[in-house]
Unconditional design. Structure first.
Length: 245
């Protein structure tokens, strides 16, 4: 409910171009493509909240009573959990990081067992903000794009924040590629597992940096659909709208 939410930019320097939407009982961390997009999203959200407050002053008592019956969660307590096809927030799920994260993701969806970019078997690297698993060769090219495009981590060597891991379980290679590879042009061929660096670099740059394969947005307003998706805890729709920019 945006009416009782606040929007802020976190102080954590590792959260590049991120902003937080915080309510008394839910918390979201989202990442914009660049600093200009970050400013635009924060401004739009803050203006929307101000408008909601102005238009709903007469309902403030009802809102307060409704919120008082809900358990409050801080942003540090919140994480992502699955439920009825959407993603919701729960403080208890923060503690439920699987002992073998890679095995969990492989079992979650068979498409996670192959690199999202070249289809190499058993990828061990993830892009946290893209929600995909990639092989070590492709991960190096992802790193060269910068963390504002792809924030790469090893699920074997690095610690993964539980809330970010829950996003990985909701997105994954199959869903991400259904958006990121929706319209592959005849100018590009997807790399194979033994492809050279130049071929991988051409593909990954076109796919993630230039966004050449994205579908066109078909709705009326990305901002309104984003607000609606956030309100209904629909992480996949939030992901899609943020990718489409």
């Amino acid at each position: 409910d945006l009416l009782v939410s606040t929007v802020k930019i976190p102080n954590d320097i590792n959260k590049n171009n991120c902003f937080e939407i915080i309510s008394p009982y839910k918390s979201y961390t989202l990442q914009a493509e660049n600093s200009e997009e970050l400013k635009r999203w924060v401004t739009v959200l803050q203006n929307t909240i101000s408008s909601l407050i102005s238009n709903h002053d007469s309902k403030s008592t009802v809102t307060t009573n409704r919120l008082s019956s809900r358990p409050a969660l801080t942003s540090s307590q919140s994480s992502l959990s699955e439920g009825s096809g959407t993603t919701t927030l729960s403080s208890t799920d923060v503690k439920n990081m699987p002992e073998e994260p890679l095995k969990y993701l492989y079992n979650k969806n068979a498409c996670n067992q192959c690199c999202a970019d070249c289809s190499a078997d058993q990828p061990e690297w993830v892009s946290l903000n893209l929600g995909i698993l990639v092989c070590i060769e492709c991960s190096g090219i992802h790193r060269s794009l910068g963390v504002h495009i792809s924030k790469v981590r090893s699920l074997k060597l690095d610690n993964c924040d539980p809330s970010m891991f829950k996003v990985l379980t909701q997105i994954g290679n199959e869903f991400a590629n259904s958006i990121l590879e929706a319209k592959i042009t005849g100018h590009y061929d997807k790399p194979h597992p033994k492809a050279g660096r130049e071929e991988r670099e051409k593909w990954i740059t076109a796919k993630y940096l230039n966004k050449e394969f994205l579908p066109k947005f078909q709705g009326e307003s990305k901002e309104l659909e984003l607000f609606s998706a956030i309100g209904s805890n629909d992480i996949q729709t939030v992901y899609t709208l943020l990718v489409l920019g």
